[in-house]
Design a protein around this ligand. Structure first.
Ligand code: WTA
Length: 649
C-alpha cells in the first residue's frame, strides 16, 4: 500500500455537529487509560442492569491464571437494554427496517413490535425445550427472524451460535458438534441476488452429519417452497408460534454468563468458537456504536454485513438496538438488481450512516460513477468501512463519489475477538488519512513490537499487540481455554496478539497492514489457509496442498492453492474444477480457490516444513525477492513453481 495519500480535513458541516471534538476525544481517552476502573465504572451504566455491579475490572493476562471479567457481580439481561427500556420513549420508533432481496420488498418493525416478536420467539424456544445455558445454532438468511432468534436466545439465557448461511452442511455440522448444540434455527430457503439458497436442505444434511446431536429444528418460512419436515424433530415457527404469549420475563444473567459463540478462522486447525459474555460485550457494542458513528436520535443506520459475522452481531443487532437506534437489515447483495442498489435503498429509507466492506466498494467502483450519481444520497452524513484494509483509491471514490466530500469515513479496525471497533478515526476528532485506522478507541492500548516482542517506538512498522483488556474482549475459546491462551497470549506474554501487522506514521496514526499469520482476508471474510488446505487434501486426487493469499483487485486477497496430485492422477483442468467444487462443498463458496497451480512438489525446509513465504512471493509475482532459499531441501522446486506461475492462464 502506498504511503503517499492526500490528507482530508473533517468536512466543516460535519465537525460543527459532531458528538466528539479533538479535545473531548483526548480527554476521554486519557481518562480511560489513566483510571479504567473509574472510566468503565461510569460508562458501564449506559446499559440496563438488574443488579448494579460493584466490581469493574477483574483481569489477568498472566498465562497461569488467565481470566477476563468485567462488571462481574452485576446481573442483567441484554434484551432489556435492547428492547424493554425503549418502550417508554421509543415504542413507535422503527427498530429494524428490513430491505428484501427484491427492491419491492421491505417492511419496518417498531421497538414495540420487535419487543413482542422477541418475547413470542422466546416462548417458542421454551416450548421446544431450550434452557438457560443451552447452545442454539442459528443458520438463517438475512430476515428479521434472524435478529429475533438471537435476541430470543439472549432473553431466556441460551447461548446463540450464528453460522453464516453461505457455509456448507459440513461446515455447519462441525460448528453444531463443537458446541454440542441440540437446537438449530433455520429457514426453508434464503434468497440472495435473485437466487435461492437451500438452507433447510443444508441443515438436514448437517443434522445427519452431526450424528443425532440435533434434537429440534425450528424452521422459519421465507419462500414458502416445499421442504421436508422430519416428524418429531422439525417444527414450523408460524405453527408453534401461533398461540404463545407475547410477553416473556427476561432471564437474569450474570455479566460474565455467555451471550454468544461465533466461530472464526485462525492460522491452525478448525475454526475457534469465540465466546462473548453479556455485560462487557454489550457495553462495548453500544458505546462504540454511539461514538464511532456519531449517533443521533434520528439516524437511520445501515450496516450491510450479514448477521453470520461479528459485524452483523455488533452493528446490526446489539449495538444499534442497545442505543435505541434504527437499524437497516438487508437481505440481498450490492449488485442486484443493479449496481445502484445500495444507494437506491439509502434513498428509500433515508439512511444517514452507511457501513460496508472495502470489497463491496471496489466492486461498485468498477461499475463507474453513473450508478451512484443517478441516486440522491443526500440523507447520508457518515460512511464507514470494516473487514480489511481499504486502498486509498477506493477510499477516495467512496469519499468523493458516494459521500460527495460531505461525509467523513470511519475505517474501523477490529476482530471477532474484540467484540467491537478498536482502532478507528473517530469522526470529527482528527483529519482523515485514506486507509488509516488512525487512533485507538477509549480503553484500547495498542503497541507495535518486533518478532521478539521488543517495543518499537515512533514512526515504525511491526506486529500489533494490545497491552490491556477492554470490556468487549472475548473471554475464551468455547470448550478450550488453553487454545485461547496459546493463540492470543503466547507470542507476547502478558499481551493480546492481534495477528495483524501495523504501521505507525510520523503523526501517530495507525495503519493496519494485514495479517501476519496464516489467515487471509478474502472479500472481507476471514479464512484460515489451513482449513482450505485440509479441504483440498481430503480429496482423493490430492497428495499435498498449500494455500496462500495473493493480491486481488476486488476481493483484496484471492485464494491461491498449490496442489500436488497423487501419483496415479494427472493434473487437468477438469480436476481443477472438481477441486473447486470440492472445497465449496466442504466449507462454502467463500472458500473457493481463485487459482490452482499443480506442482510436482512444494518448497520445504530439510525438516519438511513448507516454506510459505516463498509460495506467497510466487503467488504475488514477486520472483526477484524470494529471500533466503538456502535452507530448502530441493531448491529446484522453486524454479518449477515460478515457471508454472508464469505460464498459468
Ligand atoms: C482485518 C471483522 C484493516 C484484520 C470485524 C483483522 C481490517 C481481521 C479492518 C478480523 C480494517 C478488519 N482495516 N484490516 N478496518 N477490519 N480487518 O474477525 O486483519 O472477521 O484481524 O472481524 O480483519 O476479521 P474478523
Amino acid at each position: 500500500m502506498s504511503h503517499e495519500v492526500t490528507t482530508h480535513p473533517v468536512p466543516e458541516a460535519f465537525a460543527s455537529q459532531a458528538n466528539l471534538t479533538p479535545e473531548k476525544y483526548r480527554e476521554m481517552y486519557s481518562a480511560s487509560i489513566d483510571d479504567p476502573e473509574a472510566f468503565w465504572g461510569e460508562h458501564g451504566k449506559r446499559i440496563k442492569w438488574m443488579t448494579p455491579y460493584t466490581k469493574v475490572k477483574d483481569v489477568s493476562w498472566n498465562r497461569d491464571d488467565l481470566h477476563v471479567r468485567w462488571f462481574s457481580d452485576g446481573t442483567l439481561n441484554v434484551t432489556e437494554s435492547c428492547l424493554d427500556r425503549h418502550l417508554e420513549t421509543r415504542a413507535d420508533k422503527p427498530a429494524i427496517i428490513w430491505e428484501g432481496d427484491d427492491p419491492e420488498d421491505s417492511h419496518t418493525l417498531t421497538y414495540r413490535q420487535m419487543y413482542h416478536a422477541v418475547c413470542r420467539f422466546s416462548n417458542v424456544l421454551k416450548e421446544m425445550g431450550v434452557k438457560k445455558g443451552d447452545r442454539v445454532t442459528i443458520y438463517m438468511p438475512m430476515i428479521v427472524e434472524a435478529a429475533m432468534a438471537m435476541l430470543a436466545c439472549a432473553r431466556i439465557g441460551a447461548v446463540h451460535s450464528v453460522v453464516f448461511g453461505g457455509f456448507s452442511p459440513e461446515a455447519l455440522a462441525g460448528r453444531i458438534t463443537d458446541c454440542e448444540s441440540k437446537f438449530v434455527i433455520t429457514a426453508d430457503e434464503g434468497v440472495r441476488g435473485g437466487r435461492i439458497v437451500p438452507l433447510k436442505v443444508n441443515c438436514d444434511k448437517a443434522c445427519d452429519l452431526a450424528n443425532g446431536m440435533v434434537e429440534k429444528v425450528l424452521v422459519v418460512r421465507r419462500t414458502g417452497n416445499d421442504v421436508d419436515m422430519k416428524a418429531g424433530r422439525d417444527l414450523w415457527l408460524h405453527e408453534i408460534g401461533a398461540d404463545v404469549a407475547d410477553t416473556c420475563p427476561p432471564e437474569p444473567m450474570n455479566a460474565e454468563d455467555p451471550l454468544f459463540i461465533l466461530y472464526t478462522s485462525g492460522s491452525t486447525g478448525k475454526p475457534k468458537g469465540v465466546l462473548h459474555t453479556c455485560g462487557g460485550y454489550l457495553v462495548w457494542a453500544s458505546m462504540t456504536h454511539e461514538y464511532v458513528f456519531d449517533l443521533k436520535e434520528d439516524d437511520v443506520f445501515w450496516c450491510s454485513a450479514d448477521v453470520g459475522w461479528v459485524t452483523g452481531h455488533t452493528y446490526i443487532v446489539y449495538g444499534p438496538l442497545a442505543n435505541g437506534a434504527t437499524s437497516v437489515m438487508f437481505e440481498g447483495v450490492p449488485t442486484y438488481p443493479s449496481a445502484s442498489r445500495f444507494w437506491e435503498a439509502c434513498d428509500k429509507h433515508g439512511v444517514t450512516i452507511f457501513y460496508t466492506a472495502p470489497t463491496a466498494i471496489r466492486a461498485l467502483m468498477r461499475e463507474g460513477d453513473e450508478p451512484v450519481k443517478s441516486t440522491d444520497r443526500s440523507s447520508l452524513r457518515l460512511l464507514g468501512t470494516v473487514g480489511e484494509p481499504i486502498n486509498p483509491e477506493a477510499w477516495e471514490w467512496y469519499f468523493k463519489v458516494v459521500g460527495e466530500e460531505r461525509c467523513p469515513i470511519v475505517d474501523t479496525w477490529w476482530q471477532t475477538e474484540t467484540g467491537g471497533t478498536m482502532i478507528v478515526p473517530l469522526p470529527g476528532t482528527s483529519e482523515m488519512k485514506p486507509g488509516a485506522g488512525s487512533h485507538p478507541f477509549f480503553g484500547v492500548q495498542p503497541k507495535l513490537v518486533d518478532a521478539e516482542g521488543h517495543e518499537l517506538r515512533g514512526a515504525t512498522e511491526g506486529n500489533l499487540i494490545i497491552t490491556d483488556s477492554w470490556p468487549g474482549q472475548m473471554r475464551t475459546v468455547y470448550g478450550d481455554h488453553q487454545r485461547f491462551i496459546e493463540t492470543y497470549f503466547s507470542a507476547y506474554p502478558g499481551n493480546y496478539f492481534t495477528g495483524d501487522g501495523c504501521r505507525r506514521d510520523e503523526d501517530g496514526f495507525y495503519w493496519i497492514t494485514g495479517r501476519v499469520d496464516d489467515v487471509i482476508n478474502v472479500s472481507g471474510h476471514r479464512m484460515g489457509t489451513a482449513e482450505v488446505e485440509s479441504a483440498l487434501v481430503s480429496h482423493d486426487a490430492v497428495a499435498e496442498a498449500a494455500v496462500v493469499g495473493y493480491p486481488h483487485d476486488i476481493k483484496g486477497q484471492g485464494i491461491y492453492a498449490y496442489v500436488t496430485t497423487v501419483a496415479e492422477v494427472e493434473p487437468s483442468d477438469e480436476l481443477k474444477s472438481e477441486l473447486v467444487r470440492h472445497v465449496r462443498s466442504e466449507i462454502g463458496p467463500i472458500a473457493s480457490p481463485d487459482l490452482i497451480q499443480f506442482s510436482s512438489g512444494l518448497p520445504k525446509t530439510r525438516s519438511g516444513k513448507i516454506m510459505r513465504r516463498i509460495l506467497r512471493k510466487i503467488a504475488e509475482d514477486s520472483f526477484d525477492n524470494l529471500g533466503d532459499t538456502s535452507t530448502l531441501a530441493e531448491p529446484e522446486v522453486v524454479e518449477q513453481l515460478i515457471e508454472g506461475r508464469q505460464n498459468r492462464k
